[in-house]
Design a protein around this ligand. Structure first.
Ligand code: SAM
Length: 157
């Protein structure tokens, strides 16, 4: 299964990038994993927040393939333990999902139309994190999930 982490927003600051690269490299031992940063829409400054969310949502919806499984990250979503995340990944692999898209929203979150398209919406906690930090957490948690699925020590040491 290919996993793509899509994130609306700018390049990572160097200190975040360093961490992401470490876990991205480790995760790539287990699965085909890639990160795509989606720049916000050009006219962002002239849009209201709902208009901006809708425009960003349209960008994402246009990029998705019908068979893609969409896991949206939203603080109001379903919370999962690491073991539940590992189970989720296993289920996706067993169900023949070819591409799992993990989506991180922009500064104002993910538009309702995209949340509706998502098969699963996951919360990392009730706290709001900056999207760059979410990129790092998700990359590490996916790596952690794969170490669980492969009976590696990382999660239990
Ligand atoms: C700065 S946050 C946007 C917060 C926005 N005000 C909202 O209410 O959704 C940017 C993105 O990071 C992700 N994010 C931040 N905190 C999160 C959390 N606790 N759980 C899951 N995703 C989170 C979400 O994808 C969110 O769209």
């Amino acid at each position: 299964m290919k996993i793509q982490l899509w994130s609306i927003g700018k390049e990572n600051d160097a200190y975040i990038n360093e961490g992401i690269k470490i876990f991205q490299k480790r995760l790539q031992h287990y699965t085909d994993f890639d990160i795509k940063l989606i720049p916000t829409v050009k006219q962002a400054a002239s849009l209201s927040i709902p208009e901006l969310k809708k425009a960003e949502g349209k960008l994402v919806l246009d990029m998705l393939q019908p068979a893609d499984y969409l896991l949206a990250l939203d603080e109001r979503g379903k919370s999962m333990s690491t073991m539940q995340l590992a189970d989720f990944v296993r289920q996706r692999e067993n169900s023949g999902t070819r591409q799992l898209i993990v989506l991180i929203g922009g500064a104002f979150g993910i538009d309702a139309a995209v949340l509706q398209r998502a098969q699963t919406t996951m919360s990392l906690s009730a706290l709001t994190f900056p999207h760059q930090i979410v990129r790092l957490i998700v990359t590490e948690q996916l790596y952690r999930a794969y170490t669980v699925l492969n009976n590696e020590k990382y999660h239990h040491q």
